[in-house]
Write a protein that binds this ligand. Structure first.
Ligand code: SF4
Ligand code: SF4
Length: 436
């Protein structure tokens, strides 16, 4: 049984005498000891259908019941590596009486999608978890305080960090190149950079945003940002259960976008990318959207490299760029184009990439996850990255730099530097090392 989410070896139950009575002759047969543990009394029909009935009644919650117990999802679930998890185990817990609406397990799934990739019955945690979380939120269920705080900040300020919207473009002042901000400089533009929250406000995200500004300018890309008019696209809030907040953000974001003329949206954030590609069209808003790696990969041959970096680099696939949207090659094309960089893959990469723990609201649940699992997923991933012998763990999701830098410190792997790919490109273009 799991204790506070930690794996505990099972205790074998040995009976002193184990016999089976024949229902026909009544004769009792003594069983050898190796079989004893099989005959603990167990009455399967005691389990009621209520848990599944409640979940199946929710739009999106139907598929948990489809599980037929093959167990393929458990070994690929990142949370099971640090606890007791995976759709199969959740199915069993619900079957045996766990109320998922109030259980801490409700908040541990990162919606990384690795279970759905292997599930023959298409049990879909990306539908089940948001549906049950939304019901828990609506019915006053137990919502972790740190997540509730992020919902409130997003509602009030339009970003998960609770930062002043007027400071959204402050990072541009130290980019070293002019950055066009549409509200003060309107007119048609090719690329609208949807900066999102962590590149706008987090100090390490801002480093990457400034690097992007220099690289895009060096390539002669016609690009601009929305500045203080930008709000988060809201995908992680949706997956964490705040569908109402997401719907309101879709209205706000699309109303702002409708004011400007642009050919393409480019974003560094795989979560924003996912929502703009998959969720906004369901609500009638379709755009031409690229992740920044997809914009730059075809242009890699045009970059005027100034120096070799002489680094061994391993790369972490963001779940919402890779598994959820099928883009594995563009980031690798960029890494391999950088002079002096040797790419070393981790064992779990591409389709089977290990989640950093930030998806589905996990970005804001580190404290909660620490209480209910043996180790944070970011720590687990950093240890895998360090085992490759790489100098640098390269990322291309704004959630990951700060998560992995914290994890590198807490696991004693300070020698492993964490860099957004765009920072490595910027450095090799001679725009200054990011020697933090
Ligand atoms: S892979 Fe699908 S069917 Fe198999 S145990 Fe997991 S959820 Fe159930
Ligand atoms: S989506 Fe990811 S974290 Fe959630 S149950 Fe499936 S494999 Fe585990």
């Amino acid at each position: 049984m799991p204790i506070a989410g930690r794996k505990v070896p099972p205790v074998a139950v040995e009976l002193e005498h184990a016999t089976v009575a024949s229902p026909i002759s009544g004769r009792e047969v003594e069983l050898p000891a190796m079989w004893n543990r099989m005959f603990e009394s167990r009455v399967l029909t005691d389990y009621g259908p209520d848990g599944f009935a409640q979940i199946s009644a929710l739009p999106g919650g139907e598929s948990l019941e489809w599980c037929y117990g093959c167990g393929k999802c458990v070994p690929v679930c990142p949370v099971d590596v640090v606890g007791e998890y995976g759709p199969r185990k959740l199915h069993r817990k619900v079957q045996t009486g766990t109320d998922l609406f109030t259980d801490p397990d409700l908040w541990l799934c990162t919606t990384c999608g690795n279970c759905l990739r292997v599930c023959p019955k298409e049990v879909d945690m990306m539908q089940i978890m948001p549906a049950v979380r939304e019901a828990a939120l609506t019915d006053g269920g137990t919502v972790p305080a740190e997540l509730q705080d992020v919902f409130e900040k997003t509602f009030r300020y339009g970003n998960a960090l609770g930062a002043n919207p007027r400071r959204r473009a402050q990072w541009t002042r130290t980019a070293g190149v002019p950055v066009r901000i549409l509200p003060s400089d309107p007119g048609p533009v090719d690329v609208l950079l949807y900066v999102e929250d962590y590149w706008s406000y987090h100090p390490r995200g801002q480093d990457a945003a400034r690097a992007f500004a220099r690289v895009a300018t060096a390539l002669g890309i016609d690009w601009a940002i929305l500045g203080h008019e930008e709000k988060t696209v809201g995908d992680s809030q949706r997956l964490a259960g705040e569908k109402g907040l997401f719907d309101a953000l879709v209205e706000d974001v699309t109303a702002t976008l409708a004011k400007y003329e642009f050919a393409r949206i480019v974003t560094p954030d795989p979560h924003a990318f996912n929502a703009l590609v998959k969720e906004y069209p369901k609500r009638g808003h379709t755009f031409d959207v690229l992740h920044y790696s997809q914009l730059l990969a075809p242009l890699a041959g045009q970059l005027a490299w100034q120096q070799e970096l002489s680094l061994k680099v391993t790369f972490h696939d963001p779940c919402y760029l890779g598994r959820h949207n099928g883009e594995y090659d563009a980031p690798r094309t960029l890494i391999e184009a950088i002079p002096g960089v040797q790419l070393i893959e981790m064992g779990r990469c591409r389709e089977n990439g290990y989640c950093c723990g930030g998806g589905g609201g996990g970005m804001w649940l580190d404290g909660f996850a620490r209480e209910h699992t043996a180790e944070r997923l970011s720590e687990r991933r950093v240890r895998e990255a360090a085992q490759t012998g790489a100098d640098v763990l390269a990322v291309c999701c704004p959630y990951e730099v700060s998560r992995f830098e914290d994890a590198a410190k807490s696991t004693g792997n300070d020698q492993l530097k964490v860099r957004d790919i765009i920072e490595l490109i910027d450095e090799a273009l001679g725009h200054g090392p990011a020697d933090r």
